[in-house]
Design a protein around this ligand. Structure first.
Ligand code: FAD
Length: 518
């Protein structure tokens, strides 16, 4: 059975036992990738339970270094989350709600430690939002059963997707493997169930006396990042101002984006030199804003008050948020994508190259293809890359260099501030043509044409590859073949490490052979 089915079964089989559990001294919400107190389903449910029982609400967050390792969480992402916890702690303290944060070094000890904390606080009720990765679903299922067997209730609920995974089916009852029909079904489902866009209130103030009883929890400090995930002082200085954290920042960014820029999203979203996208991905990935709030806010600005029709920019933006839901639905239905396997098994036999020099040149932005190098340097410098460029560099790695796409997928997770397993795996699967609803393998991006089309004046390249800044708009996309070789060489810019036309032929044969032998 799929991990999600195991979880649902655990919930069903313990339903009666959980219902009978009586609240004691507190109700607990466990924050994970939902670092906000506004519009948070589990937190709202925990708050309602606490109010009904007349007991305080306690919040907790477990810092798990092994989970950071397992998920390849980047240092810039860890820093963002820990900074966000400070904001959240303050917001909750203003409502007399403690946020207790503890580091648990071994991930296998997390369930037991959570149980012990509930015992310590005299709580019988724990709430959390579901995370859809395989290990997390399995752990939750075990915890639900363990809690129920010990007269405690652990409730986990859907929150991160607008339409919970498992709700949408094709006419023959299957999970959609193609985005466009899935998206139509997604919109229709929301239009028929408008409560999916109802936002949850933030929790109410805790009853008097909570500070006397739980002062220790209010006083706890936010731990430092584990040593191997810590930013240097210099990195903190450059990265922190680029990525202001916390839910107020996320909400302000959303409002400003909807007021000033969403209208032009459909025209500008593919131009990396232009700030035409929302830059909300880090907030969606860390849960400092919910996708529900994003879609609801954008939809309310559309004169049709629907997800489709009306304003083109708003419609297109909502359809991009939907991709995020789509990839999570895929992960839940085909969990083997979590296990280093291509979605399409017939693509398992491609003979990839493991050329270290080529991979290093790609990682460091030294391939001799300015658009690729600009993109990789943007990633290395700020922990973020524009979507169009993510597709260009992923295609370049897997097709022009024929390097195993999983090496690129991993490098992205280790460096992105918005690293999210489902979206990253989906994006790599799409670009390397091995995923769900992929680009056909014989459609291979030409990096020079992509560069000319989406960065026509070289603005993006000039920003990230400053040694080429003095070149003309024509030269900048391909200096050595457009008469600017001497200038490029003088500036230390490398020649192309592969020639695109030959590399394309090599990729076509390798894919063909791989599929035929698969
Ligand atoms: P906007 O254009 O403003 O879009 C709004 C939101 O919609 C985004 O914040 C994001 O949550 C969602 N979204 C937009 N496009 C996509 C998409 N193609 N797939 C899934 N969600 C989307 N996105 C991540 O959040 N984390 C990742 O680890 C990630 N890895 C990627 C890897 C590859 C190879 C590719 C091609 C795409 C990847 N994406 C990933 C999707 C996309 O590139 C980013 O979400 C987007 O660039 C974030 O910028 P933004 O917030 O300004 O997006």
């Amino acid at each position: 059975p799929r991990p999600m089915e195991v979880l649902v079964k655990a919930l069903e089989e313990t339903a009666q036992a959980r219902k009978q559990v009586k609240p004691k001294d507190a109700v607990v919400h466990w924050f994970k990738m939902d670092l906000r107190h506004t519009d948070n389903r589990s937190l709202a449910l925990a708050n309602a339970k606490a109010k009904e029982a007349g007991v305080p609400l306690i919040c907790m967050y477990i810092v798990s270094p092994q989970d950071f390792e397992a998920h390849l969480t980047s240092p810039v992402r860890v820093d963002f989350m820990l900074r966000t916890l400070s904001v959240l702690k303050q917001d909750l303290a203003a409502l007399d709600i403690p946020l207790y944060v503890e580091t648990v070094h071994k991930r296998k000890h997390v369930p037991q430690r959570v149980f012990e904390l509930l015992e310590e606080w005299g709580s019988n009720h724990l709430f959390a939002n579901i995370e859809y990765e395989v290990d997390e679903l399995r752990r939750e299922a075990q915890m639900i059963r363990h809690f129920a067997a010990n007269n405690k209730s652990y409730e986990v609920v859907h929150d991160t997707c607008i339409v919970p995974p498992g709700e949408l089916h094709t006419g023959s009852g299957k999970q959609y493997a193609v985005y466009t029909p899935w998206y139509r079904a997604w919109m229709a489902h929301i239009h028929e169930n408008l409560d999916l866009l109802e936002l949850f209130d933030r929790p109410e103030r805790n009853p008097n006396g909570v500070r006397t009883k739980f002062q220790k929890l209010f006083d706890c400090s936010i731990p430092d990042a584990p040593e191997n995930k810590r930013l240097s002082d210099a990195e903190k200085k450059t990265l922190r101002p680029l990525w202001p954290c916390g839910e107020h920042e996320a909400m302000a960014r959303l409002e400003k984006y909807c007021d000033e820029a969403i209208g032009d999203y459909h025209n500008k979203r593919n131009i990396p030199g232009d700030d035409g996208t929302s830059r909300l991905s880090v907030h969606l990935a860390s849960g400092t804003i919910s996708s529900r709030t994003c879609v609801r806010t954008a939809r309310d600005r559309n004169k049709t008050k629907k997800l489709d029709g009306g304003h083109q920019g708003i419609q297109t933006w909502i359809s991009e948020i939907a991709w995020r839901d789509f990839y999570k639905h895929v992960l839940v239905h085909w969990p083997y994508v979590c296990m280093n396997k291509p979605f399409k098994p017939e693509y398992s036999n491609i003979q990839w190259s493991y050329d270290r020099d080529h991979f290093a040149a790609w990682c460091e932005g030294r391939t001799g293809y300015p658009i690729v190098d600009a993109a990789m340097r943007q990633l290395n410098h700020m922990g973020y890359m524009h979507n169009r460029c993510r597709m260009i560099v992923a295609s370049f790695l897997s097709k022009d260099l024929l390097i195993d796409w999983r090496m690129g997928e991993r490098y992205f997770m280790e460096h992105l501030i918005d690293g999210d397993f489902a979206s990253n795996n989906g994006g790599w699967g799409f670009s390397a043509s091995v995923g769900v609803d992929p680009q056909p393998y014989f459609r291979i991006f030409n990096p020079l044409l992509q560069s000319e089309k989406f960065d026509p004046n070289g603005d993006y390249i000039r920003k990230w590859v400053p040694e080429l800044a003095g070149l003309s708009n024509k030269e900048i996309h391909d200096p050595y073949n457009r008469g600017a070789g001497t200038k490029a060489k003088k500036q230390g810019y490398p020649k192309q490490i592969v020639e695109h036309r030959g590399a394309r032929e090599r990729a076509l044969s390798a894919y063909k052979e791989g599929i035929e032998s698969g």
